[in-house]
Ligand binder design. Sequence first.
Ligand code: SAH
Length: 275
Amino acid sequence: LKPTPRRHTNASSATPWCALVGAGPGDPELLTLKAIRLIRRGTVLLVDDLVGDAVLDRALAGRQRLPRIVRVGKRGGCRSTPQAFIERLMVSEALAGERVVRLKGGDPFVFGRGGEEAETLRAHGIEVEIANGITAAMAASASLGVPLTHRAHAQGVMLVTGHAKPGGQSPHWPTLAAAAAQGLTLVVYMGVAEWPQLQHGLLLGLPAATPAAVVQHASLPQQRQAVTTLGELGATIDREGLGSPAIIIVGDVLQGALALALALDARAPAALKSA
Ligand code: SAH
């Protein structure tokens, strides 16, 4: 990759600079003030798959000169841009004097490859600034109205990916089930497609009646969710047609939500009859 000519130099940006910015789960209201400030500072935006136009529109509203926007995700039917290419682009643009903003869904340091990118940037002498974003686990919990920790039910929370990197190891679900049985809420990113292994493995250490929930597109207008049990998790995902991007939550923090879902289910036929 050839660096593009230096176009936005000024005395205060003598050190090459790149920001890794969390855009949150999708709702533009969940952008942080810091994220908006850094996005507006950028001259080149490298934008992830999960970041929608609503977020960009909100962050760039009223900005006189728009930055160059490079979509580096699968949107528009393109293949996902390889990570190595993205990192080379970030480095070459920053070294060429651009103020590079890497905009990621959720938080850049939660399954966002922000760690790898920060290392690469620093290895090239580029100053790295990080802005947190609201991660999908938190958006899913808020949109269900259930907490991730609760003094009576959960003393902690595990954020786990259900999807190993190619050739990597999948999570050892029975071990995570044992931890969940000790009172840790389990939150799985990138897990809906892998539900058979997840459900089978977790049932080795948790009762089938353990509450479980799936939230797709948390915080967005097209959000869909289901609250069920671990034993019914896969059947529910299939029946409801829930797919990526989705968060799975497993644990007793969902007890109240499950009781409500079951009560509504039980009432549904009667309600239909009376309609
Ligand atoms: N850095 C992101 C996670 C990126 S990994 C974050 O902190 O949220 C991509 C996965 O995140 C998706 O497969 C899905 O599991 C989850 N995810 C991201 N946005 C989501 C949303 N709005 N609703 C549900 N899950 C989401």
